[in-house]
Design a protein around this ligand. Structure first.
Ligand code: NG1
Ligand code: ZN
Length: 528
């Protein structure tokens, strides 16, 4: 790597007059502001790989459920986790360096700070979603990787969880913790083999999947080729050629936020429907009942379904003392938390953002984590996996449960929430329980709730505590919220600054829809 090469390459991607911040979802904004950011993230990925002794780092270019004009970029750490948070600040500083010279200097400063061994060859893999702006951003990334001598490989359009999977496979190859073949084919084979075994001799009708016109569409069609015919998957909203359709009137975020069907879906009573988001790391289910009333089966419903099913399998296989816990955020419906407690399982609440949930889930042998919006997965600790795979069943019934449990650990993408893997997980559980969506829904009744956003003068003036459930600043505001909440039945409300948009979010739930709406409006009126 020469100074001239880095400076010259950086010169092709001038920084706009803008301050950038590596947030909960990496950098995310209008795509035309991103070329310099993506270039510099490439440099950061190279440093991170060297710092990790040449381990493979992933770079994903996506803006998930955001509108088509946006894009984003985030790093994936060696085991397929999100970038360690202490490094986010280095990304922010690099992105904000105000000249090519300053970029180079900060890069070398980090090299020195971390005593980075320059003889280590950095390795980076990358992918993108299907946005119009993605190819040019991929080019900016490649230019950075080439300028600093990175051994790199592009995976083209992939779902975010697919790239997380490949990163983990590459870094664990040949070890006791080998995760799978580091290819997309390896991904499809791993989850489909587990699914096909879990669904052998079972059949469970059909599910219609709205793919938000994003990368999940073509990838789900690919995955389908590997599945046995135990269920019929109908793929809709999978037009990735018409860029403007991405996440428009479709997708998990649309369905969750509006609490209604995507307009393109005409639902049959009691049939199963699911929606993915633009990069296929989120999924929500829904159905209409016999009176055509819409019912949402969100991340909380998926978490409770998964936790109770896996808990039963562990118990039925005769394995004792494996701890299961469920990790949620403040957005989890109050009824879901009460239901999990009724099941006898511990729950934990963390701040919003998957990295917090993922981290908390690691405290259990089996940690189930989901955001209400449908992003989540199940983690099994290394020790739990060893115990599961070495357990000797004492009866044919234990043997059958154990086989299912082993397959469940293979079916779940343990690196990150994965809409395709979660789709198959839900399908397996419903088939095993012989449940229609209304039976699943009947586990508990969601408290009516309302999510609002407010544009305020300075969202940084809003500071929270207690896993974002209470405000410490502006001083006095929490007391006003508490006073309002006290006037409603079964009510809860909180306010927090968004980590991905320049807004403050308001959440309210209460005994009736009218009360939840009214409480949200009243709390919103307190903000300025
Ligand atoms: P913010 O903008 O911080 O509320 C949103 C979602 C999170 C998470 C991140 C990352 C809600 C209320 N918030 O965060 O759950 O998914 O985006 O994509 O859905
Ligand atoms: Zn997403």
């Amino acid at each position: 790597m020469s100074q001239e090469a880095v400076i010259a390459a950086s010169g092709a991607y001038p920084k706009p007059a803008q301050t950038f911040q590596y947030g909960t979802a990496g950098f995310r904004m209008k795509a035309d502001l991103l070329p310099s950011v993506v270039f510099r993230v490439g440099l950061l990925a190279a440093l991170r790989s060297r710092y990790k002794g040449g381990k493979v780092i992933g770079v994903m270019i996506t803006a998930s459920h955001n509108p088509p004009a946006d894009n984003g970029v985030k790093l994936i750490d060696p085991l397929g986790e999100m970038l360690e948070s202490s490094w986010e600040a280095y990304g922010t500083a690099l992105a904000n360096a105000d000249s090519d010279q300053a970029v180079y200097e900060y890069y070398t400063q980090l090299e020195q700070q971390f005593n980075i061994d320059k003889s280590v060859v950095p390795q980076v893999i990358y992918g993108s979603d299907t946005r119009e702006s993605s190819p040019a951003l991929v080019q900016a990334l490649k230019d950075a990787l080439d300028a600093v001598g990175v051994k790199s490989q592009g995976f083209g359009a992939v779902t975010t969880p697919q790239l997380h999977y490949v990163v983990r496979c590459l870094n664990t190859q040949g070890t006791d913790e080998a995760y799978g073949e580091p290819t997309l084919e390896g991904y499809y084979k791993k989850i489909s083999t587990a699914f096909n075994q879990l669904m052998a001799n079972k059949s469970n009708g059909s599910v219609t999947v709205d793919c938000a016109n994003g990368v999940g569409g073509p990838k789900l069609r690919e995955l389908q080729k590997y599945l046995n015919n135990s269920i019929e998957v109908t793929v809709t909203n999978d037009d990735t050629e018409t860029f403007s359709k991405l996440n428009s009137q479709s997708g998990a975020d649309y369905v969750k936020t509006n609490q209604r069907l995507p307009p393109s879906v005409s639902a049959q009573p009691l049939a199963r429907y699911a929606s993915l988001d633009g990069d296929a790391d989120r999924i929500v289910y829904y159905y209409v009942d016999k009176s055509s009333v819409f019912h949402l089966l969100d991340g909380d419903k998926i978490a409770t379904l998964a936790a109770s099913f896996i808990g039963d399998l562990i118990h039925s296989s005769g394995i004792t003392d494996l701890s299961i816990g469920v990790v949620q955020t403040a957005y989890a419906n109050g009824s879901s938390t009460a239901y999990i407690e009724k099941l006898g399982l511990p729950t934990v609440c963390t701040p919003t953002g998957v990295k917090h949930l993922h981290h908390a889930a690691l405290a259990y042998d089996c940690g189930v984590y989901f955001e209400a919006n449908g992003h989540g997965t199940v983690l099994f600790s290394t020790d739990a996996l060893k115990r599961i795979f070495s357990h000797q069943p004492a009866s044919p019934a234990q043997d059958a449960a154990l086989t299912d449990l082993k397959n469940i650990t293979e079916l779940i993408n343990q690196t990150v929430g994965d809409a395709l893997s979660d789709l198959l997980l839900v399908e397996v559980i419903l088939a095993h329980k012989n449940w229609t969506p209304d039976l699943w829904d009947a586990c508990y009744t969601d408290l009516p709730n309302r999510l609002e956003k407010a544009e305020v003068e300075d969202r940084n003036a809003y500071k929270t505590t207690d896993a974002e459930r209470k405000l410490t600043h502006p001083v006095g505001l929490q007391e006003q919220i508490d006073a309002l909440v006290g006037k409603y039945q079964q009510a809860r409300s909180f306010v927090r600054p968004s980590g991905t948009e320049n807004v403050v979010r308001v959440y309210a739930e209460a005994a009736t829809k009218a009360e939840a709406d009214e409480l949200a409006q009243k709390v919103k009126a307190l903000l300025h």
